[in-house]
Structures are given as structure tokens and as C-alpha cells.
Design a protein around this ligand. Structure first.
Ligand code: NAD
Ligand code: USQ
Length: 394
């Protein structure tokens, strides 16, 4: 298939592009380097050094003998979006290209507005461009399990049958997201579902859980092909952070009691899920939702697993929770649709953690201990950045 990967310079977009390329698809990557800008803004960097997008693409094309095309531009520019579809003529567009950090979106008003404009406008421009250029293009959109929040009932895959006053209907599952970032994904979902209904587009919303890991078969082939790995208090996700904290001797930062439970998946499963979705498209006008995670764990469980897998001694600290979220709650979410399509998950085992710890250990000298503690407080309308850099958002 011809597959365009938006956000193809990011943590997940880059390894996904390589995986799809190696699996025989014609791949193009699109990015505006916003993620690299956030690093400059906060004075932090990926733990694993990453090459420029141009160099990554050149190295992949040389190492693999395949061709990945690169396009530089911003999805909030509608002319660029139309142009890139016209030039690449994709059959599927995989859309990773959003501001994806909940804490970043909660820094202050500017960062909340930036996040929602970037994400919602970018996706709207894409929907219009697909409808105008070729409505048969399948949109594979990265959503988040965080759209659902933590309700006291089972979470279904996108829709729930509701009986009300003697009548029933299949309705979008209620959304109770926990940050302005997660809200941007909810707004996207509504816009995508509506576009499918009115223009007959076809789309898959991948409500993904928290991803962990860094290496894939393709990124491990050359240092230029490495993908980023974030551990700081704004962009680092929980398990990746815990591995870095263990290696540098920082207590593992469990927020509050640690009962917060989330769906998780190995980075290698992200790539497989995206390909399964792309190669099994929905029908014309169909909007479908897959819950993309393989296991769920509480934050406390994750911390204990890292402590057990770490060869040295590691400790857990229950820090003052910076977020407004339930710490002890019911959590059971359906996730059968990708398994039905053939996903064979990599489950979280001690061996997985040991290989993540080994990657971290290789680059331990690059860890900035000052960037580890959380600095963004959900209860405040203004937080300071980790190293009080100059804001890049207006
Ligand atoms: P990332 O920030 O590393 O990658 C996103 C990429 O999109 C970046 O390279 C960025 O420069 C680019 N981008 C952002 N706005 C853009 C715009 N307007 N125009 C062009 N490019 C733009 O994030 P990631 O961790 O790779 O996540 C990718 C997607 O998956 C996101 O949509 C995120 O919400 C979703 N997701 C991520 C996780 C996770 O654990 N990392 C979990 C669930 C869902
Ligand atoms: N947490 C800690 N200690 C830490 C970091 C996090 O206890 O040091 C807790 C948080 O309070 C939260 C949970 O761990 O309860 C997950 O936090 P996270 O930062 O790993 O993940 P989150 O903010 O939810 O966001 C990440 C990605 C986002 C994606 C989401 C999937 O950054 O792009 O949408 O995971 S989900 O969680 O399913 O919504």
C-alpha cells in the first residue's frame, strides 16, 4: 500500500514508517519538527540521540535499499496538507502528528490553546483534504485510551449500547478525559466520526494506551535510525521514566498512591497494530474505534516491576500528585478488535524491562536529573517549565 505517516519524525511515527517500509509498503513521512522545538523550549533532550529527519531517511534508504519519501510542513497549513496528498497519492494516512503530552497542555493557557489548535485544526484540515482529493483514502488516526477516563463501568471499544426509557441505541462511549491534551483527542474523534457520516470517509480511531520501549528491529540497524526516548517530567511517559530513574539512582516517582491503572503496550505492538488497521480498512462511510493496548497495570505495579527487574537497588517514592485524577478506581477495558485481526502481543516481562534498562544504561550520562521531577500542576493555571526556557507557543 501507499501509506503516508504524519508525525513521521516522532517517537512512534519514525519506527512505524520504517516497519511499514520493510514490510513492503511505499511510505512517506511528514513532520514540522514541533517535537524537536518543545525540547528546545524546555531545555531537555531525548535520552537516546536522534539524527535529523533528512539524515534518518537517507540512512534508511541506503541501509534497506528501499525508498521512504520525506515532506516537511505543518498540518495546520491547509495548502500544505492538500499538496502533500496530491504529491504522494496515499491509500492510507496514518496520523500521529499532534502535541501529545498531557502535562505540556496543562502548563498554562497558551499551551492549552496551542495543543487544541494544533491537534484539532490539523485533523480538520486533513479531513477536508481527504474529502476533496480522494474520499477513499483510509484515515488511521492515533487517539488515546485517555479519551474514556476511568468510569466505574467496563470500557467498550468506542461505542456502548444504551437503553433509555424503553428504547436502545448504539452510541459513542461517554468521554471523561483528564487533560486539555486528552480533550483534543475527544474533539478529533467527534470531527472524524462526523466527516465519515457526511462525506462517506472511512476512518479507524486507534485509542492507544501508554507505549513503552525504544528499540525495534528496524531502528536497531544503525544509530542514525534510533527513535527518541523521553524521560523528563513533561514528555516522559511512566514506564520509560521509571526505567531511567532506576538507572540513575533516582527514587521512582509514583504520583500519590499509585492506584492509577492504564492500558499499556510495547512499542513493537504499536507498529503491528497500525499495519493491521491499515491493511484491513473499514467500509465506505465507516468510523470504527479499536482500543490499542495489550495489558493494564497500576502505576504502583509498574514501579514494583521495575524495582524487581533492576539488577541494582531501586526505591519508590510516593510524590505529591501533580495531576487531578482518580488514584484508586475500577478499570476494565475491552481490547479484542486488534487481536481478532491477528495481533500477537509482546507482553511486559522482566526480559522486556531488562532490555529497556540496558538501553538507558548506554546513555545514562545524558540524563539531566533536574528534568525528572514533575513541574506542571493541574490545579494551577500557570506552571513553570522544568528549566524555565522561553516559550515557543504564542
Ligand atoms: P511525538 O511528539 O514524539 O511525535 C509526534 C510528531 O508529530 C512529532 O514529530 C511532531 O513534530 C509532529 N507534529 C506535531 N504537530 C504537527 C503538525 N501540526 N504538523 C506536522 N507535524 C506535527 O509523539 P508520539 O509519542 O510519537 O505519539 C504519536 C501519536 O500517538 C500522538 O498523536 C499521540 O497522541 C499518540 N499516542 C502516543 C502514546 C505514547 O505513549 N507515546 C500513547 C497513546 C497515543
Ligand atoms: N505517573 C506517575 N509517575 C510518573 C509519571 C506518570 O505516577 O512519573 C502517572 C500519571 O499520573 C498517570 C499515569 O502515570 O496516572 C500515566 O502517565 P503518563 O505520563 O505515562 O501518560 P499520559 O499522561 O496518560 O499520556 C501518555 C502519552 C499520551 C497518550 C497517553 C495514553 O503521553 O500521548 O495519549 O499516554 S493513555 O494514558 O491511555 O491516555
Amino acid at each position: 500500500m501507499r501509506i503516508l505517516v504524519l508525525g513521521g519524525d516522532g517517537y512512534l511515527g519514525w519506527p512505524t514508517a520504517l516497519y511499514l517500509s520493510r514490510r513492503g509498503h511505499d511510505v512517506g513521512v511528514v513532520d514540522n519538527f514541533a517535537r524537536r522545538q518543545y525540547d528546545h523550549e524546555m531545555g531537555v533532550d531525548s535520552l537516546v540521540p536522534i539524527s535529523s529527519m533528512q539524515r534518518r531517511v537517507r540512512t534508511w534508504n541506503e541501509v534497506s535499499g528501499l525508498t521512504v519519501d520525506a515532506f516537511v510542513g505543518d498540518l495546520t497549513d491547509p495548502v500544505f496538507v492538500q499538496d502533500v496528498l496530491r504529491r504522494f497519492e496515499p491509500e492510507a494516512v496514518v496520523h500521529f502528528a499532534e502535541q501529545r503530552s498531557a502535562p505540556y497542555s496543562m502548563i498554562d493557557r497558551q499551551h492549552a490553546v496551542y495543543t487544541q489548535v494544533n491537534n484539532v485544526v490539523g485533523t480538520l484540515n486533513l479531513l477536508y483534504a481527504i474529502a476533496d482529493f480522494d474520499p477513499s483514502i483510509h484515515l488511521v488516526k492515533l487517539g488515546t485510551m485517555g479519551e474514556y477516563g476511568t468510569p466505574n463501568i467496563d470500557i467498550e471499544e468506542g461505542f456502548i449500547e444504551v437503553a433509555h426509557k424503553g428504547r436502545t441505541d448504539l452510541l459513542p462511549y461517554p468521554k471523561q478525559p483528564g487533560s486539555f491534551y486528552h480533550l483534543s483527542k475527544v474533539h478529533d474523534s467527534h470531527n472524524i466520526m462526523f466527516a465519515c457520516r457526511i462525506w462517506g470517509l472511512r476512518a479507524t480511531d486507534l485509542n492507544q494506551g501508554i507505549v513503552y520501549g525504544q528499540e525495534t528491529d528496524e531502528t536497531a540497524q544503525h544509530p542514525d535510525l534510533a527513535t527518541r526516548f523521553d524521560y523528563d517530567g513533561v514528555f516522559g511517559t511512566v514506564l520509560n521514566r521509571f526505567c531511567v530513574q532506576a538507572v540513575v539512582g533516582h527514587p521512582l516517582t509514583v504520583y500519590g498512591s499509585g492506584g492509577q491503572t492504564r492500558g499499556m503496550l510495547d512499542i513493537r505492538d504499536t507498529l503491528a497494530c497500525v499495519e493491521l488497521a491499515a491493511t484491513n480498512p473499514p467500509g465506505v462511510g465507516e468510523y470504527r474505534v479499536f482500543n490499542q493496548f495489550t495489558e493494564s497495570f497500576s502505576v504502583q505495579q509498574l514501579a514494583e516491576m521495575v524495582v524487581d527487574a533492576f539488577p541494582g537497588s531501586a526505591t519508590i517514592d510516593h510524590v505529591e500528585p501533580p495531576r487531578v485524577e482518580k488514584q484508586d478506581h475500577y478499570y476494565r477495558a475491552a481490547h479484542t478488535k486488534l487481536l481478532d485481526l491477528g495481533l500477537v502481543p509482546h507482553l511486559l516481562q522482566a526480559a522486556t524491562l531488562r532490555s529497556m534498562l540496558a538501553v538507558v544504561d548506554r546513555f545514562r550520562d545524558r540524563v539531566d536529573a533536574e528534568a525528572i521531577l514533575p513541574t506542571v500542576d493541574w490545579r494551577r493555571t500557570q506552571s513553570t517549565l522544568p528549566t524555565a526556557g522561553t516559550s515557543v507557543v504564542a
